[in-house]
Structures are given as structure tokens and as C-alpha cells.
Design a protein around this ligand. Sequence first.
Ligand SMILES: NC(=O)c1ccc[n+]([C@@H]2O[C@H](COP(=O)([O-])OP(=O)(O)OC[C@H]3O[C@@H](n4cnc5c(N)ncnc54)[C@H](OP(=O)(O)O)[C@@H]3O)[C@@H](O)[C@H]2O)c1
Length: 335
Amino acid sequence: MATVSGVLGSTSAVLVSLFILRKVVPWIYQNLIGPKVFGCRINVKKLGEWALITGATDGIGKAYAKALAKRGLNVILVSRTLSKLEDVAKEIETEFKVRTMVIDADFTGGAEIYEKIRSRIENLEIGVLVNNVGMSYANPEYLLDLPDSEKLIQNLLNCNVLSVTRMCQLVMPGMVARHAGLIVNISSLSAVIPAPLLTVYAASKAYMDKLSEDLGTEYAKHNISVQSVLPGPVATNMSKIRKSTWMACSPKVFVDSAISTLGHARHTTGYFPHALLELAINTFSFLLPRLVERLTLNTMQNIRARAMKKSSSNTRNTAGAQEASKLTSAAAGSS
Ligand SMILES: NC(=O)c1ccc[n+]([C@@H]2O[C@H](COP(=O)([O-])OP(=O)(O)OC[C@H]3O[C@@H](n4cnc5c(N)ncnc54)[C@H](OP(=O)(O)O)[C@@H]3O)[C@@H](O)[C@H]2O)c1
């Protein structure tokens, strides 16, 4: 007759095996074996002649533009600054011998910019769309203390939420008609870990992640893949990390790694050290949620305090320099 401890033992064994099969094996496959052993499983060149990348003149967006051009795709670069766009387009044409198109558009804007983008891309066969553009706060901040908060929140939501939604609407009809396409949405690790003092940014990135997941399910029958990429720290202008390290890697290292996850994972950090970071934070959060929230809040408060100190000392220095220059002019005038 089965004993209580025997039943408990076999139930635990079944639960542990299920956990390993459902969670551990896919995690190892998606973060290590798939990308590192098999590499990118989507032939992007077969999806269409062009790739469109938003926020394409710097950081992660520029690295995606180059990586896709290297695979033979013509690239449409969309960003705010025309001179930067023209420089990057020239660099890509020279290096990879592909065609480029540039569109200057400020994604903090509303509906008007999408008409301009639509008219420029309407006859192009776009196989890959990378929704990369995004903005955050200048520094971590409490919601009620955000500087110029109404404008900042509107700009942030337009840039991070409206842009990904409207760009999908603009580009996907062609993909549906050709029965082929890939959409890569650059979300952020902050969407799935505690992110106090970055609330609107992190929530906007969670929107991107959810949109990607359900859009992928909706359009799978049209052979359109949707991948949500949730980077941790990458050394770019936005993160203000100047020097790359193993954890805060360069945009090129990040994108080379993220591209190797295509066809293996629909939801990925894109880079193995960031997957380890996510695992560590979420395991710790699962065990001690309140402590992790507290520690994250303390860290963000410290970053905020340092930023405020730096900005007030900059203001004092500027005021001091202005005062000194006034005194010098006055002295020069009276002599
Ligand atoms: N870096 C990180 O640690 C990190 C971590 C997680 C997620 N991410 C996400 O990755 C994406 C790219 O970030 P990044 O770090 O690579 O940024 P970045 O190096 O600062 O580059 C931003 C790019 O977007 C363009 N851009 C900025 N604001 C724009 C606007 N309003 N309209 C049109 N274009 C605009 C910039 O060009 P112009 O200056 O010419 O406009 C530039 O090409 C973002 O969505 C970000 O949230 C980054």
C-alpha cells in the first residue's frame, strides 16, 4: 500500500519534471543552444527587399540597420535628424552595397507623421520592420515630480506606444499580401522587472511586449513572425553608459546576439548576460518580492539623488560663470 510520503515523493518528482520540461529546457534552448549552436533561423532576405528601422541613426537601431544591410536587405532609416540620417545612409551604402532611403520624422508627434511615412513607403516591399525608437526620462523620477510632466508623458507615449502600433498598421498589409514578414519590437527588461521611478517608460515597454505577443498569435497564419526583444543595459546615448562591458555591451554585440535568437524565441532579452540578469531578478523577486522592490527603489532613489546633485552643481557653475562674465564686462566697460 502506498504511504503518504511515497505519494508526496512521486507528486514532487512529477512537478519537478514538469517544471524542468516547461521552463528550464525551453530557457536553455532559447537563450543558449538555439542562438549559439544553430544561429538565426529566419532568412530575412526572403521576406522582402527592404527593412524599415525606426530610431536608426544611433545605438541599437543603427546596429540593426547595419546587421540587416549586411544580410543583403535595402534599408529605410527613420529618425528625427536629417543630417544624421544622410550620414548613416552613406555609411551603410558604402559598407554593404545596398540601397537606402531616409525619412525624417519625430515620433513624439501625433497622427500627422504617419501620413508622411505612408506616402514614402507605399510601393516598397518591406519584409522586416524593426520598431526600435523609444524615449525615457532624463533621470529616474517620481511620477508627480516629472519635469514638464504633461508634455513629457504625451511625447513618451507617442514615441513608445503610438509609434509601434501605427508602424505595424502601415507596414503589415504588404506583409499579409505577400504572406511573409518579420516584426522586431524593441521593448526593455524594465517591462518585466520592478522599475520604480521609471513607471511610464516601463509601462510603455510592457505595452510593446504584450502587443508583440498577441500580434504574433493573430498573424502567424499569414506567416508573419513578431519578436519582442527586452534588452538590459546597452552602452548607448540613451543609457548614458559610455564604456561597454560584458553586461552593458555595445549595440553591435547586442544586435549580433539578438539576431541569432530569431526563429528560436518570440520573447527574449536578446543577449545571454541579460537573460541571466532577468533570471536572477525574477527568481529573487519570486522568493522575496517586497525586498526586491525595496532594493530597486533604493537604487533608483540613489541614481536620482546623484543626478539632482550633478544638475544643481552644473546650474551653480553656469550661474557663477555668467556672474563672472558680467563682472568682467562691467570692469572692461568702466576702464
Ligand atoms: N540602451 C539601453 O540600455 C536600452 C535598454 C533597454 C531598452 N532600450 C530601448 O532600445 C531602443 C533604442 O535605444 P538606444 O539606447 O539605442 O537609443 P539611442 O542610442 O539614444 O538612439 C536613439 C535613436 O532614436 C532616434 N530618436 C530618438 N528620439 C526620436 C524621436 N522622437 N523621433 C525619431 N527618432 C528618434 C535617435 O536619432 P535622432 O537623435 O536623430 O532623433 C537615434 O537614432 C529604445 O526603444 C530603448 O527604449 C535601450
